[in-house]
Write a protein that binds this ligand. Structure first.
Ligand code: ADP
Ligand code: MG
Length: 696
């Protein structure tokens, strides 16, 4: 394998041999049938030995002509057909010599043939022996552009050999009841599936590996919990005049769910240990007000508050949203963005350091080096990267020096990706949870339609009607592969197609032309923000985007969401995207376009989405309805990434893993066990917890 090939492979699996080994096959190919050519059943996969009797010259590259190679095994003639022949075929099919071929047998009036068969030369060991090594059940792996099955299989085999020579210490106590005693055995078994059942989550190897991963996750969480418990936080004062003024000024009452969440938060704020709470609720469930109410209490009682968003544009929007409430209350707040001049930034930092600014809004990155005088509460909005909050608290813990009496600020994390309870246990097991399951009254539902993309022109025509009434639309382009490049070209092409479509359509009387803009991951942050802002301000009518659309951006004029290749997205992702519309008073709609025939799982997913707008229901369904290898992208559930555990099918292992983690840490650990557990944590990329264990 060349270095370039290795690089591609690593981009697919991860850099370490163990990452490669956790890239598990999703299908099998049974090559074990090895009949003679005469006996090979048509329509089935066969692995054959045959001698090359005739091979025409490989045509030059620019001439597209198939190449047929003739062979025989003495029982019947056989042809191997290649539609894009290359020079390698001359080496692969030496005249007069035996080769091993594997593929689906076809037949026509000239006899049997294999289209694009896989081919092996016998090599030193001889045809019989090579044939034996090929004629078996092969695991098939998920691939990426430029990485073939052969490479992955070979690299996995090397990694397995390495793993078997360098066994990892055992970390699961009492594995006797498990069928596979060691992690390495389980990995080896997972890479040599013999039946379709071996690929299922319930297979012994997959179960053992899932348990390992969940155990690692739970250990890391137990560590985080233990750390938080030892930190000293702030017991905030209980003055709530500002907060009550805010609530009174609202043109609507708080929902029951908002009140409950606020009560949880108040209890945490009063307690002397740091709050670590997740507030989850669908898009539009009213999380911002809950956060603001909490921030007001903290500010009124003498501390500063920070409100962080994942991007500049979201920070700006959040700031604008809060200003209308804060200004009448006389709270001093500021927006910290990357576009401030150095002098402005310096002044702002000084005002924060002096405690003059009570509430500061900005992005995660910008807030990290702000010298707060008395930071009391940090709110992270639209958190969707698992682990950020842990780094934050731990970072805070480490910055504590023995002689300053630093107290950890309270932390409230908000997420618009609803997580089912089982998952919350995994992803946020170190946090307390408040949920806004109820939406404020009076929202009009979003009409969701599922259609084939063959109706594109019809859809564009109807869209044009809405656009001419002054409405706006998002158009999300297919996630073709896990490669930005192909996403980009699909989005670019669609934007051009729409421009051309709207340009040739008759312009009705006074209408100004429809503008279509493009947003994709390769754009610079400033370009992205500009495109997004132009759309938010209504200067562009259609925003064609890859899935980089900012979570949480509020564009009330956007009434239509079109998602191409909706069958390739996970339910939660589709639900998130749909949540971009339906924020104004106008009726809105979401069009889910699919291509070709819908698979069973994809069909069920799109149907669930059409039937429900309940994020929690959809999140549960999302876990249930993931066909193996059907969805692209790794962050399907938004919050939790697992490689080996299937969070739906391995649900029952979660409490087992949690229990195991707690028991393990409750007893004193001997050095070898400590080391084994640290290795486990490293395998699953939980470095912080691993270091903590190694450090004793
Ligand atoms: P989230 O951040 O959860 O997506 P927001 O906090 O942005 O949602 O709220 C969405 C909209 O709902 C805002 O316009 C907000 O003013 C409004 N809203 C919040 N709480 C209520 C409520 N109790 N009743 C009616 N409208 C509400
Ligand atoms: Mg919000």
């Amino acid at each position: 394998m060349s270095p370039a090939q290795y690089e591609k492979l690593q981009a697919l699996t991860g850099p370490r041999y163990i990452d490669l080994l956790t890239h598990l096959p999703t299908r099998i190919l049974d090559r074990s049938a090895s009949p003679t050519v005469a006996n090979a059943p048509v329509g089935e996969v066969a692995t054959l030995i045959a001698t090359v009797t005739r091979r025409g010259a490989v045509p030059p590259k620019h001439i597209k002509r198939p190449l047929t190679i003739e062979l025989t095994d003495g029982t019947a003639p056989l042809r191997a057909v290649f539609f894009n022949p290359g020079a390698w075929l001359e080496r692969a099919f030496p005249l007069g010599e035996q080769v091993i071929l594997s593929g689906t047998v076809e037949a026509d009036n000239k006899g049997k043939k294999l289209i694009h068969p896989d081919v092996w030369n016998p090599g030193k060991s001889g045809a019989e022996s090579k044939h034996k090594s090929v004629a078996r059940i092969w695991p098939l792996y998920p691939l990426t552009a430029g990485v073939g099955q052969g490479w992955v299989a070979r690299a996995v085999a090397e990694a397995l050999t390495y793993a078997q020579k360098n066994p990892l210490p055992e970390w699961l106590p009492n594995t006797q009841h498990l069928k596979l005693n060691t992690f390495t055995q389980a990995l080896a078994a997972a890479h040599t599936p013999q039946t379709e059942e071996d690929l299922l989550p319930a297979a012994p190897a997959r179960t053992r590996l899932a348990l390992d991963e969940l155990f690692a996750t739970q250990l890391a969480l137990a560590h985080a919990r233990a750390t938080t418990r030892t930190l000293s936080g702030i017991a905030h004062g209980t003055q709530k005049t500002l907060m009550q003024k805010l609530i009174k000024a609202l043109p609507f009452p708080l929902t029951g769910a908002q009140k409950n969440a606020l009560k949880d938060i108040h209890d945490d704020l009063s307690a002397p240990r740091p709050m670590l709470r997740l507030l989850q609720g669908d898009v539009g469930s009213g999380k911002t007000l809950v956060a603001l109410a909490a921030l007001l209490r903290v500010v009124e009682n003498g501390h500063q508050g920070a409100l962080m968003a994942p991007t500049e544009i979201l920070a700006k929007q959040l700031f604008a949203q809060t200003q209308k409430y804060l200004q009448p209350l006389g709270v001093t707040s500021a927006l910290l963005t990357g576009s401030l001049s150095a002098a402005q930034k310096k002044r702002l930092r000084q005002h924060v350091a002096e405690g003059f600014v009570q509430l500061i809004v900005g992005t995660h990155a910008l807030l990290e080096d702000v010298p707060f005088a008395k930071l009391g509460l940090v709110v992270i909005d639209e958190q969707h990267r698992f682990g950020v909050h842990q780094r934050l608290t731990l970072g805070a813990a480490e910055s504590r020096t023995p002689n300053t009496e630093y107290r950890i600020p309270d932390l409230l994390v908000m997420s618009a990706t609803p997580i089912p309870r089982t998952l919350a246990l995994t992803a946020y097991g170190d946090m307390d949870l408040s949920t806004l399951a109820e939406k404020p009254p009076g929202r009009s539902p979003i009409q969701t339609m599922v259609m084939p993309d063959s109706r594109l022109a019809e859809i564009a025509t109807r869209l044009q009607g809405a656009l001419q009434k002054g409405e706006q639309a998002y158009w999300v382009c297919p996630l073709v592969e896990e490669s930005e490049q192909s996403d980009l070209s699909a989005a670019t092409q669609r934007a051009e197609w729409l421009r051309a479509f709207f340009a040739q359509a008759p312009i009705t009387n006074h209408q100004s032309p429809i503008t279509v803009s493009l947003l994709h991951g390769k754009m610079k942050a400033a370009e992205k923000a500009a495109a997004m802002e132009a759309f938010a301000a209504g200067h562009t009518q259609v925003l064609v985007a890859t899935t980089v659309i900012e979570v949480g951006v509020d564009v009330p004029g956007a009434t239509t969401m079109v998602i191409e290749h909706a069958e390739r997205f996970g339910l939660s992702q589709l639900h998130q995207l749909r949540g971009r519309v339906g924020r104004g008073t106008r009726a809105s709609r979401c069009l889910l376009l699919y291509s070709g025939q819908l698979g069973e799982f994809a069909q069920a997913r799109l149907q669930a989405l059409r039937d429900s707008e309940d994020g929690f229901y959809l999140a549960e369904k999302d876990l249930e309805l993931r066909g193996p290898g059907e969805i692209l992208g790794r962050q399907q559930s938004g919050e939790v990434q697992t490689r080996l555990a299937d969070l739906h099918h391995h649900k029952s292992l979660l409490p087992v893993a949690r229990d195991l983690a707690e028991k393990t840490l409750a007893a004193p650990l001997k050095a070898p066990q400590r080391n084994a557990l640290a290795t486990l944590l490293t395998v699953f990329n939980k470095q912080t917890a691993a270091e903590w264990l190694r450090g004793g």
